[in-house]
Ligand binder design. Structure first.
Ligand code: ADP
Length: 812
């Protein structure tokens, strides 16, 4: 049916009822058309001016809307394109033209045809300030709306500001908004442009409000989800990453589970347990192959490996202990006795008690090996820990874990090595510990050894307390004088001085030889040592207080014999004085024997060294000069002072012993103590220095078989000295038969082995006068018959008297 132009602004035109959409003027859009009546309308329109009237159905669901079901206000539109889709559907592209109103339905079949009136938008809205304000409000609200919905492009909002035709503005905005059908229709239905803007503003305000509320709710929900599920997501992500990286996530879980179980089963002290479990937690959150997790694993392995509750059953059986100590070591009576006492006390108290024992003595005297036997006797695990050269506190107590490559200190390492919390730990060479800028290891040791503090010993690395109160500590030292004072105060020192020849022979025959023979796989019938040969090894191949080198020489002999037997050169070997050289070569040491004859200006002193005693001869030469005193032979300050004291004393008695009064002005005196390369110090050479001087000045020879030791005062008194036993043993070894020693040292003679005493004459002396009597071949006489004054206590004695007196005092 043809479109008819009727009155002004009215026309008859096919109607296409729209479902769910409202088309505004100037809007281009496409939609699909499927209903036959609508298709007919389209076809009709296409035959004419391609114009069609688009009005929305009130209820989009209606398939066959009646006149009353369609809004009366709609938009005329130009059909720009038609596209036939499969299944009788047409896609149509239209452009909205004018807002129009249905005046009446002119036909219903085969399509709706309506008579409409156009409300042209061409009428420009008056640009008064009120309108202007309204327009601005609308635009700014729309911008807010656009931001909130996030669905409208910036271009659209921007283009609005260029719309000049305010009556069009509301249509453009409404078309771009997501609104309900009724709302859109209400805008379209408003003919007055100004009212339309107002209505739109109203809708915009409401929509914005709703959107804001919506966003708030959204945020809240998101936050809640975030909180409760973020971790979950992260964990899942982590797992996925771990799977990607090698799929050891499960293994990791198993590992942390095992650590946790192990820690719980160890029954650790509370603090330690909490700390260890915390570390397991950290580990479980870490990637299994990260460097940090490796550090934690090492730490946990340390914690787990420590014997937190393991103990060996201590054996308090005294007879058994006595037997073991006796079996393993010859002599060492004091140590053995002390150990038995310790056992008895422990048995009574049912646990160990505080005092730390320190075995002090030269190397090779069996300190280490007797401690091993003690551990065996007590049934404690044995660990030796050398402290020689330890300078850093961290070596004792470990490094904090913040250090790269940190490790526990030696104490904790020793505990781990022991495998029980009540081991016997030997702290070897405690005198060799030194300190520097890295801290004082002695202070750390002090804490370790203090039974009050060591219950809660804290290693820096472990950073948890470990109970050391069940540990038995025994220390050793070569030189007890070098032990830091506070440590020494805490220890009970047992001196083990060197062995004499006889003891060494016994040790060799009873222990060292059987041990070495066994070690070298020899049978006892294949090798035989003569006692004389052993004695020669001791005297000519070793020079030591202990038996370490002796053992080494015996090992050398065994090795050579083993070689002979293996190469079938011999079936057995007998080591005698004559064959010894074949195994050990020429003699290494010749004895510093007593002088061949009595000599003037040479006296023999006795010295103590960390490796035992030694003899030293002191030589004095006089030369015409002006009284200079020269001292050579690497003498220490104290020894130099002794020399000066001795000279002053000699000056003070010069006349009495027939020496020129002004000898010290006429002669230079040179004192030398061979061997020059070995440093010597100490006051105990005082009487020897004086004797050598007097002999040189009086030209009276010193007896060849006398040695002496003692400090001298300016008045010629003899003061006590240390290390008498070692000195006497050395004198005995050198073939000396008379030893002069300070009266006040008489108590110390008890320590000297009997077989040594048997062969020596020990003469206690209290003054230089007595020394002169015994040391010189004759007593120096004054030319004027003046005798030297003696101390009140010491009456003048003839040489013979003094000798008798000494003999008595030794016998007691
Ligand atoms: P130290 O620790 O005092 O330096 P060691 O304990 O290492 O000395 O002893 C060195 C060697 O001498 C060891 O083989 C030891 O068994 C042995 N030894 C030392 N003294 C005796 C002794 N009295 N009885 C048996 N063997 C001994």
């Amino acid at each position: 049916m043809a479109q008819k132009k009727n009155k002004k602004n009215t026309k008859t035109i096919p109607l296409l009822p729209l479902r769910g959409i409202v088309v505004f003027p100037n809007m281009i859009l496409h939609f699909d058309v499927g209903r036959p009546r609508s298709i007919k309308a389209l076809e009709e329109a296409m035959m004419e001016e391609q114009k069609i009237f688009l009005a929305a159905q009130k209820d989009p669901a209606l398939e066959e809307p009646g006149q009353e079901d369609v809004y009366t206000i709609g938009t005329t539109a130009k059909i720009k394109q038609l596209l036939r889709l499969p299944g009788d559907t047409i896609r149509v592209l239209v452009e909205g033209l004018e807002r129009s109103e249905i005046l009446e339905y002119t036909s219903e079949d085969p399509y709706y045809e309506v008579k409409i009136k156009e409300h042209s938008s061409k009428k420009l809205l008056a640009k008064d300030p009120e309108t202007e304000a309204l327009v601005r409000l609308v635009i700014s609200h729309f911008e807010d709306y656009a931001k909130l919905t996030n669905r409208i492009s910036r271009d659209t909002t921007f283009s609005l500001s260029t719309v000049e035709d305010y009556s069009r503005l509301s249509d453009v905005i409404a078309a771009n908004m997501v609104l309900k059908l009724e709302q859109k229709q209400s805008i379209l239905s408003e003919i007055s442009p100004k009212k339309r803007l107002e209505k739109l503003l109203d809708i915009l305000v409401k929509e914005i409000e709703i959107l804001e509320v919506e966003e708030n709710i959204n945020n809240k929900v998101r936050k809640q989800i975030d909180k409760s599920q973020r971790e979950y997501y992260l964990r899942e992500q982590l797992k996925a990453i771990q799977d990607e990286l090698g799929g050891d996530g499960q293994q990791h879980d198993d590992e942390t589970y095992e650590y946790r179980e192990k820690i719980l089963s160890l029954n650790l002290p509370e603090e330690a347990e909490n700390k260890a479990l915390k570390e397991v937690d950290r580990l479980s959150r870490m990637h299994p192959s990260s460097a940090e997790s490796g550090v934690i694993r090492t730490y946990l392995d340390w914690v787990i490996s420590l014997p937190w509750n393991e103990k060996t059953q201590e054996n308090f059986d005294i007879e058994n202990a006595e037997r073991i100590l006796e079996e393993d070591h010859y002599g060492l009576t004091k140590v053995k006795e002390r150990m038995i006492e310790y056992l008895a006390i422990s048995k009574l108290r049912n646990g160990i008690h505080g005092q730390i024992i320190c075995l002090a003595g030269p190397p090779g005297v069996g300190k280490t090996s007797i401690v091993r036997s003690i551990a065996k006797a007590l049934n404690r695990n044995y660990v030796r820990m050398s402290l020689g050269g330890v300078r850093d506190e961290a070596e004792i107590r470990g490094h904090r874990r913040t250090y790269v490559g940190a490790m526990p200190g030696r104490i904790i390492t020793a505990i781990k090595q022991a495998g029980s919390k009540n081991p016997l730990i030997l702290l070897d060479e405690i005198d060799k510990m030194s300190n520097d800028f890295r801290g004082d290891p002695a202070a750390a040791m002090l804490e370790v050894l203090d039974t009050e503090q060591n219950k809660e010993f804290r290693d820096h690395y472990l950073d948890m307390p470990f109970d050391l109160s069940d540990v038995m500590f025994i220390t050793t030292a070569n030189n007890k004088g070098a032990i830091p004072r506070p440590l020494l105060d805490r220890m009970e020192v047992i001196d083990i001085s060197g062995y004499v020849e006889e003891e060494k022979v016994q040790i060799a025959i009873r222990h060292l030889i059987p041990k070495q023979v066994k070690t070298h796989g020899l049978k006892s019938r294949e090798i035989r040592f003569d006692e004389e040969a052993v004695r020669d090894v001791i005297n000519y191949y070793t020079r030591e207080a202990g038996v370490r080198n002796l053992e080494r020489e015996i090992a050398t002999i065994c090795r050579k014999v083993a070689k002979l037997i293996v190469s079938a050169e011999r079936k057995s070997a007998s080591i005698t004085r004559n064959t010894l050289g074949n195994y050990l070569g020429t003699k290494k040491y010749l004895f510093d024997k007593a002088n061949e004859k009595d000599e003037t200006g040479i006296a023999r002193g006795l010295a103590w060294t960390p490796v035992g005693g030694d003899t030293l001869s002191i030589e004095v030469n006089l030369m015409p000069g002006d009284g200079a005193l020269e001292l050579t032979g690497q003498l220490g300050d104290i020894m130099k002072e002794s020399a000066k004291i001795a000279r002053s004393y000699v000056r003070s008695i010069a006349e009495m012993i027939g020496i020129e009064k002004d000898f010290y002005r006429k002669y230079d005196m040179h004192i030398h103590v061979p061997e020059g390369a070995i440093p010597k110090d100490g006051p105990s050479a005082g009487i020897t220095l004086a004797t050598a001087m007097i002999s040189a000045l009086t030209q009276i020879p010193v007896k060849r078989n006398v040695a002496m030791t003692g400090e001298i005062t300016l008045r010629g008194k003899v003061l006590p000295i240390g290390g008498l036993k070692e000195k006497v043993i050395a004198a005995h070894r050198a073939g000396i038969d008379t030893v002069l020693f300070p009266m006040e040292n008489q108590r110390d003679t008890e320590e000297i082995p009997e077989n040594v005493l048997e062969r020596l004459t020990m003469i206690p002396v209290a003054s230089m006068c007595q020394v002169m009597k015994h040391a010189l071949t004759r007593f120096p006489e004054s030319k004027d018959e003046v005798k030297p004054e003696e101390d009140n206590e010491v009456s003048q004695l003839s040489a013979q008297q003094a000798q008798n007196e000494a003999a008595v005092s030794i016998e007691q």
